[in-house]
Design a protein around this ligand. Sequence first.
Ligand SMILES: NC(=O)c1ccc[n+]([C@@H]2O[C@H](COP(=O)([O-])OP(=O)(O)OC[C@H]3O[C@@H](n4cnc5c(N)ncnc54)[C@H](OP(=O)(O)O)[C@@H]3O)[C@@H](O)[C@H]2O)c1
Length: 549
Amino acid sequence: MTKFSPTEVYKDRKVFLIGSTGFLGKVTLSMLLHRFPNVGRVYITVRARSPEESETRFWNNVITAPPFDPLRERYGDALDGFIRDKVVVVNGDIAEENLGFTEEEAQRIAGDLDVIINSAGNVTFNPTLESGLRTNVVGTQNVIAFAKRMKRPALVHISTCFVAGNRSGAVWENDDVLGYFPRKHELKGVEFSVDAEIRDCAKMSERARAEAKDAMMAAHFREQARQRLDEEMRDADDPDALGLAVARERKVWTRNRLTELGIERAKFWGWPNIYTYAKALGEQLVAAETGIVRSIVRPSIVESARSYPFPGWNEGFTTTAPIIFMALKGQRQIPANEKLILDITPVDLVSSVMLAVAAQACVAEPKLVYQAATGAANPNNMERIISLVGLFRRQQELEKNDGLRLFREISARFEPFRVSAERFDATSLPMMNNAAKKVSSLLDKAKPRWGGGRYEGVINRMKQTVDRVEEQTREAKEAFEMFLPFTVENAYVFRSDNVRALFESIREDEQQLLTWNPETFDWYDYWMNIHMPGLKKWVLPTLEEEMRA
Ligand SMILES: NC(=O)c1ccc[n+]([C@@H]2O[C@H](COP(=O)([O-])OP(=O)(O)OC[C@H]3O[C@@H](n4cnc5c(N)ncnc54)[C@H](OP(=O)(O)O)[C@@H]3O)[C@@H](O)[C@H]2O)c1
């Protein structure tokens, strides 16, 4: 079989990268320009209120970011010229028809393209149902319609391995995509259709909005609004203030209701959250398009770069960072299933897969699904990960120069350890959270009913402290609970056979340009010397600031 050369494929090709301002998008854009400088043109979306603002955002916040360091090293002062020559910044929002372009713009851009890579996504686990569907589903529909304007429509869509939902065992790349839902084997004879879901979700949202206008609900919002204004020592009889407060109550209620309904729906079909449900709908839309060249890349959990742009580069904290952060801060019990593989893939490997699949899509018909996952080739289980986090924490504590040595040594010994979900519920954050809730309600009862008095001030202050504990433990508990499907409940083995075969088909002399080598990883080295130092440098300080805010 003749091997393929991504360098030859990318020569003079026109690529459209959507989502280029994100974690994956920036690394992919930088890698494309660095490894294939002969690429014809790269259109990228940078969302803003105007085309001028898109340009400003790109030049001030995107190209200046660390993922572009290798290009800065190579081109120095000539980088601006190189970028102006290769990159076209456009202001596109995929949730809008034509991605927000005028008819002429859409036709001009699409007519110039060889391949689209759609890396745009709303990665919040549980947004409202509407906003969860906006980018991940409606956006995907719009990107498909846009791709159909191309001379030879070719689309690489970025999904996630976790569309597998709540189940365990091997997940193969050639498993059915269309009509899949995780409870398929349980709900015998039930059909799942992406079109019906989109229709029914829209109806559900309409019903929730109508419910929020119901007379009884209106009275309820009014009562709550008056109560809030009283608490804030504002005039509840001022019609303007009351009107605004009622609107706010209605908005909050509708938002919560739409999230609740979305979670309920996702869980019914077997997905752990709205994100994975919406991503599954998105990729089913792509799979249904048989008349175009299309392929789905499913990364597992995307984490710190192994080598590109440099070891340890990471951004954002929707993945393992919150748990690692809490463990490093002293949360000792981590709910986990010791045998479960936590499937982590370094961002540069994921970008390599995206670029290899996109190159294929320019000249051939790639496979429908590629899973960029490491677990089948080189499993890394939770027990080991938690012990490595503990080891890293111990090293950090011992290296600190502040405080008493004895205290440091004692603190270093309080390592995180794995517990079952039941034990975690009974003894850790959920228990502390319940205790704080109980104390808070006791303090409410203890307030002198006759009002005033010097005890009330003391009790109020105590209650504020307890409420803070309640809030913090609730947030921490929610962070852990959100990850339970991935750390305790579902033991997946994501197969990456298509990815391996694709990389084997790349010419030997080009295999250093796009890398897929999870079997060679030394996970100890990755966690201790790359991933955790990377998180410490690039992610945890921001997380700490956010938590303090
Ligand atoms: N990170 C992971 O662990 C992981 C794992 C598996 C799969 N994935 C998938 O990989 C993709 C990229 O994830 P990421 O980690 O890079 O996320 P990210 O850092 O949050 O970036 C998301 C990107 O999508 C863009 N975007 C969002 N809504 C858009 C819209 N309506 N129109 C145009 N652009 C929009 C964002 O633009 P703005 O900057 O303007 O917001 C940003 O560029 C997503 O599809 C995600 O589902 C990620």
